[in-house]
Design a binder for this molecule. Structure first.
Ligand code: HEM
Length: 405
């Protein structure tokens, strides 16, 4: 049987139909698949099943902090000359384990409760309407560049108090950075993007210290300046995490979600006829067309899983797409059903690292999709769907989605 490689997960034909790909992987009858080279970091394991995914994501023996297995040096203060070293010296909540994880997550979690997020509804609606106003007369747009990207990046930058006029800059930087581990040729460009990003954030923090406002960054600065145990690096890295995690994934939820509905016009019409279905429709789009393929963990000790020895320090990739298409959990796993009631999908992960921004992503998804359905009922693709290009950055997302309306 052909050896599976990391590249198979990101091959365009598998990005186009990831459920068919995960079904083929499942048919190999191997609950764990070994990969020789994961993101240039050596070998690792891919976990396919829903039940295994839940167990591993809740199991404290599977950890995040790779510094525990590496003796690489801290980067010098003068610049960033080694991405990995920088990464390890700039911890944020998604890269660490308790107790640091608990401390870093608590600092911002109050801003992301469903009640706080609900307060953003009218602003998100206003942004969605303004974006459609700008293209309405043209009768066509690129759904990604004109709508799916600017909406979530504007929301998260406003929450943080970052000038939204710089949003295209952030897109370029995050795209440059995403290449790390995917394409060694791009490493230098990624480091340059990171360097520019960090310089920008340092200037921004200095400005916010002088001009505090009613935003998340000012709140974090205040906590730090009042003696909270948040280092400058942690602060920078947390803002960086919120900006990147806070938009790329949602861009892809909107892009992948609209594409899935355009491929299933009867589901599009059903949702148009009954917008009260929007909340469960978004859950189904997260399950069926989710943006994140892998949640990553390291084995903190030698372990045995399904008779397979996993060594301390080895990387374990939990395949969220495969888990969300596990027939044992979802008997009609390959069917897009926006009326699905029983839907404990794992698109936002599980356990202590469960997505902090899930209430925001859900709200953005509901408002954005609801607005498209209402204002552009005739939305249709203007490109053969087979020709669509997929990003190569570790997520599942479209480069662009040209549509007419
Ligand atoms: C964590 C998915 C949107 C912030 C995660 C994780 C997943 C995920 C799977 C867990 C990763 C792991 O266990 O290794 C998604 C999806 C989104 C989305 C599918 C959109 C559809 C957002 C938004 C924000 C956000 C809008 C806003 C700031 C975070 C943060 C974490 C996280 C901070 C780390 C939580 C922790 O480590 O405790 N997300 N996310 N995400 N997400 Fe999201």
């Amino acid at each position: 049987m052909k050896q599976v490689t990391m590249g198979d997960f990101y091959a365009p034909e598998n990005m186009r139909d990831p459920i068919a790909f995960s079904t083929r992987l499942r048919e190999r009858q191997e609950p764990l698949i070994h990969l020789d080279n994961v993101y240039g970091m050596g070998g690792g394991w891919v976990v396919l099943g829903y039940h295994d995914a839940v167990e591993i994501l809740k199991d404290p023996r599977f950890i995040k902090d790779m510094r525990k297995f590496s003796s690489r040096p801290e980067p010098p203060d003068t610049g960033i000359n080694d991405f990995l070293a920088w990464w390890m010296a700039m911890p944020n909540m998604i890269l660490v384990d308790p107790p640091d994880h608990t401390r870093l997550r608590k600092l911002v979690s109050k801003a992301f409760t469903p009640r706080m997020i609900e307060g953003l509804r009218s602003r998100i609606q206003q942004i969605a309407d303004e974006l459609l106003d700008a293209v309405q007369d043209k009768g066509k747009m690129d759904l990604i560049a004109d709508f799916a990207f600017p909406l979530p990046i504007t929301v998260i930058l406003e929450m943080l108090g970052v000038p939204t006029t710089d949003r295209d800059q952030f897109r370029a930087w995050t795209e440059g950075l995403a290449a790390v581990g995917m394409d060694p040729q791009q490493e230098q460009a990624a480091i340059a993007a990171l360097d520019a990003f960090i310089r920008y954030l340092k200037k921004f923090l200095a400005y916010k210290r002088e001009h505090p406002g009613n935003d998340l960054t000012s709140g974090m600065l205040q906590a730090r300046d009042q003696g909270d145990t948040l280092s400058e690096n942690e602060l920078l890295s947390t803002i960086w995490l919120l900006i990147t995690a806070g938009h790329k994934t949602t861009v892809n939820l909107l892009g992948n979600g609209v594409l899935a509905l355009l491929q299933h016009p009867e589901q599009w019409r059903l949702l148009q006829a009954d917008p009260a279905l929007l909340p469960i429709a978004i859950e189904e789009l997260l399950r069926y067309a989710g943006p994140i393929i892998f949640a990553k963990r390291f084995a903190s000790e030698d372990l045995c899983l399904h008779g397979q020895n996993i060594h301390k320090g080895e990387l374990v990739l939990i395949d969220l797409v495969a888990a969300n298409a596990d027939p044992k959990q979802f008997p009609t796993f390959d069917k897009l059903d926006i009326t699905r009631e029983e839907n404990q999908h794992l698109a936002f992960g599980k356990g202590i690292h469960h997505c902090l921004g899930a209430p925001l992503a859900r709200l953005e998804g509901q408002v954005a999709l609801g607005t498209l359905l209402r204002r552009l009922p005739q939305l249709r693709p203007t490109i053969e769907l087979e020709q669509l290009a997929w990003t190569y950055d570790g997520l599942r997302g479209l480069v662009s989605l040209p549509v007419a309306f």
